[in-house]
Design a protein around this ligand. Structure first.
Ligand code: SAM
Length: 209
């Protein structure tokens, strides 16, 4: 087993265990920290949409009705909640098990790829972004939101200390900046926003033709 596969299996068990309490915990952070980010992200989705690491489907109510939605998630327990939510919302969506490191779709399959609050938890976030870009059609949009390394030095020191516990305990990173990975992948950044001492970052980027 490679190191990434090994970690993936471990964190899948972690998310299975935490699925039940996830919505309560995340709704608190949505209200206190992330504000209108789910609406900001999902309102920009168009056409064939892939949401990577969809979790319990907290974005589902925020997508325009007309998008054709596919979601992948590697925790069966998180996915089961997302499926229930889709039924409750009467929302057609293809929700399946999958790994962000190896997206099971041909190149250029989607007009939009969405990933919220998961690149902090995916073991190899650069590989995941490479996969997201691969499955995007030229001209398609990559929409990301996450908690990232703060723009304030003192907060980054605290985040570094926090990671000493959260990385080995839950695979949760606080010092990542997907923004740089997306730039390095050559996408054009169309919209970008950072707030709460730079801890919350969201972006819309376009795959060039
Ligand atoms: C903090 S939750 C975010 C869930 C959801 N995106 C949201 O906005 O609420 C992180 C999610 O990433 C999933 N995840 C982590 N690594 C993954 C991987 N390699 N492939 C697919 N899902 C993954 C976890 O199972 C978990 O559901």
């Amino acid at each position: 087993m490679t190191a990434t596969k090994d970690k993936t299996a471990r964190w899948r068990r972690y998310w299975d265990k935490h699925a039940k309490g996830y919505d309560r915990q995340m709704t608190f952070f949505d209200r206190r920290l992330f504000g209108d980010t789910r609406t900001w992200v999902c309102s920009k989705a168009r056409g064939d949409v892939l949401e990577v690491a969809i979790g319990t489907g907290l974005n589902l109510p925020h997508y325009p009705r007309e998008v054709r939605l596919t979601g992948i998630e590697y925790s069966p327990a998180m996915l089961a909640i997302a499926r229930r939510r889709a039924v409750e919302l009467d929302r057609d969506a293809d929700l399946r098990e999958g790994d962000a490191h190896h997206l099971d779709f041909p190149d250029a399959s989607f007009d939009t790829v969405v990933c919220t609050y998961s690149l902090c938890a995916i073991p190899d976030e650069q590989r995941a972004v490479t996969e997201m870009v691969r499955v995007l059609r030229p001209g398609g949009n990559l929409l990301l939101a996450d908690h990232v390394a703060s723009s304030a030095r003192s907060v980054r020191v605290a985040q570094r200390l926090l990671e000493l516990v959260t990385v080995p305990h839950g695979g949760e990173h606080y010092l990542r900046r997907p923004f740089h990975t997306v730039q390095a992948a050559g996408l054009a950044i169309d919209a970008h926003d950072r707030f709460k001492l730079g801890i919350v970052e969201r972006l819309a980027a376009r795959k060039r033709h």
